[in-house]
Design a protein around this ligand. Structure first.
Ligand code: NAD
Length: 320
């Protein structure tokens, strides 16, 4: 029998997880596969030996923390976003950074559609009317069919959203500095437009960009001013891509509707005016969190770490 010969390398794995996760269950599940794993919920250690660090997006890691993990060679972020990692500091120290790029694209795409339909069909209004004992005979509910849907950022999630929108018969515009080939555009049924045009023409806009200097406040007073009155904007990317003050103003003056899963501060300031405005719909940074995606994250994170322990190159290396 031909048994593959793996070269197991002695490596200690440290996982730092947020305390709200079922840490004991994760510890027990993963220990069978990675016996040399230490699972913690804090960073309050002076120094620790670990070649591999597993993190979620909820733990920030800068150079000073990297320096307290002796021998660190790989940071594996068990999520899509990795803006919690100081990539410059990692590069300077020769530490490879990986994410898990596609495990929750399905969950996020569905969450966007759920928020859009909730607005268009006035689900929250109907529900609250009936809970108050009323039976409204008319509504301002509208259809998704025929709307112009703008997608900012045509990466993994943007593409999955475009695919999921096909049966709704919408017109899809997109903007991304990396324009797709004509064949890709044709197969997804999407049209490239400059960013300004996307803001001007879309009835609904959904944002799927990483947080970088080029995307910070991409939704600003200026871009909001270009939007149609009562247009809908959905943000499941990162809170800092929207100027929240300008959004509240645009919502108040021109009825812009906003579905927000992410906030410039998390948890957000619940005293903010947006929490008392009907034009807003919220979820707590959970668009990508489903039972199915959690399972995919665990499997794909452990697989990538096992590759490295076996002496193979990791997948999903992120660049600065
Ligand atoms: P991705 O890297 O596959 O795609 C991002 C796309 O954005 C790329 O095509 C890139 O070219 C484009 N982009 C970069 N700068 C841009 C700019 N200035 N304007 C327009 N487009 C630009 O990432 P993804 O998997 O699609 O995820 C997008 C983001 O969604 C992640 O970075 C993460 O922050 C966020 N996210 C949130 C949740 C959640 O639960 N809310 C879950 C998963 C991901």
């Amino acid at each position: 029998m031909n048994i593959p010969q793996y070269r197991y390398i002695m490596m200690r794995v440290l996982a730092i997880l947020p305390p709200f996760l079922p840490v004991d269950t994760i510890r027990e599940t993963v220990r069978h596969i990675l016996p040399d794993i230490e699972v913690r919920t804090d960073t309050e250690f002076k120094s620790i030996q670990a070649e591999i660090l597993i993190l979620t997006t909820f733990t920030g890691i800068e150079g000073s923390l990297m320096d307290r993990i002796n021998g660190l060679r790989l940071i594996q972020v068990a999520s899509t976003g990795y803006d919690n990692v100081d990539l410059k500091a990692a590069k300077k120290r020769g530490i490879t950074v990986c994410n898990i790029p596609t495990a929750n694209k399905e969950s996020v795409a569905e969450h966007v559609i759920a928020m859009v339909l909730s607005f268009l069909k006035e689900i929250r209004f109907m529900d609250s009317e009936m809970r108050a004992g009323r039976w409204p005979m008319l509504s301002g509910s509208t259809e998704l069919k025929g709307k112009i849907f703008g997608i900012i950022g045509m990466g993994a999630i943007g593409r999955r959203l475009a695919e999921r929108l096909v049966p709704f018969e919408v017109e899809i515009l997109y903007y991304d500095p990396r324009k797709l080939s004509e064949e890709e555009e044709m197969s997804l049924g999407i049209s490239y437009v400059p960013l300004e045009k996307l803001f001007e023409e879309s009835d609904i806009i959904s944002i799927h960009v990483p947080l970088t200097e080029s995307t910070r406040k991409i939704v600003s007073r200026d871009t909001l001013a270009r939007m149609k009155d009562r247009a809908i904007i959905i943000n499941t990317s990162r809170g800092e891509v929207i100027d929240e003050k300008a959004l509240i103003e645009a919502s108040r003056k021109r009825g812009i509707r906003a579905g927000l899963d992410v906030f410039s501060r998390e948890p957000p300031d619940f005293g903010s005016d947006m929490f008392s405005m009907d034009n807003f719909l919220f979820s707590p940074h959970i668009a990508g969190v489903t039972m199915e995606s959690q399972q995919r994250f665990i499997t794909e994170t452990v697989s990538n770490v096992l590759r490295v322990v076996q002496g193979l190159e990791p997948q999903f290396v992120v660049e600065e």
